[in-house]
Design a binder for this molecule. Sequence first.
Ligand SMILES: Cc1ncc(COP(=O)(O)O)c(C=O)c1O
Length: 302
Amino acid sequence: MFEDLKVWMNGKMVPWNEANVHVLSHGFSRGSAIFEVFGIHPGPSGPVAFRMDRHLERLFRSAELLGMEMAYDEKQLTQAVVQSVAANRISRGLIKLMAFYGEQAVISLIPNSKLDVAVCGIPAFEDLGLDQAAPIDICFSTYRKLHPATAPVEAKACANYLSGMLARKDAKNRGFDVGILLTLEGFVAEGSVESIFLVKDGVLKTPKPGNILRSVTRLSILEAAPAAGIKVCEEQITPEQLMDADEVFVCHTGAKMIPVKRIENRVLGEVPGPVTKTLRRLMDDICNSRDNRFTSWLQPVG
Ligand SMILES: Cc1ncc(COP(=O)(O)O)c(C=O)c1O
């Protein structure tokens, strides 16, 4: 199904099957690639990207944290997104943007080049799970979140996802959908590809930055919630606090918000709970251009 798609690669649109790198490229063989994923939604006069400015800002921040130099600036990348959306006729879907050293790394560890870029525009299809709202079961992973002293965990770097893969496998093997990684100090961090929120006594809480990816969805929920009269708080969260929460949900670009119905052996009551429901409606309205307080979050890309 992807064969008909086109990928923007270093300034050219190429067929999906030709968007390749060498097996010994640094990005592949050393795992040094960085990336971004963001949503495309139908807007009032064409497709719009959800907070593309924030995603591109995070991409440049990832490069900076890892001492990498981008070969394209934000304006050029925005144009690449516009071209990818048009070439693949996307009204709802995702952009997956990879920045990587295409340079071969037969022995070298430190590359000399700037980052190549590929922008993949992917129209929505069922397995992408966009806007998936079915409640899930989560557990505490036996794997811990990478410690920020080992590598910058705020960089959205492919190499950081090995532990995410292990955590997800471990959760699936134990009959759960998502494993929540704790920090080495034992506080709640996040899932493999999702941030986590809890609601206690009407207050929305999420782990503070430091050990987690600065998720754009997480930030958006924190910024939007007060508009719905919901108090927010970023703090260190213990596993016990999560177990004792009134409501829990995870979030990421694809699904936006997914309510949790079970944490380990504790089954939550009403799912989704009232705060989760309110926030989901709010986020849905924002993404679908129905809330004019947040129109600046949607950048036209077509
Ligand atoms: C580790 C991790 N945390 C959180 C998220 C959610 O981030 P965003 O809202 O920017 O998609 C992701 C997304 O892939 C992730 O990989």
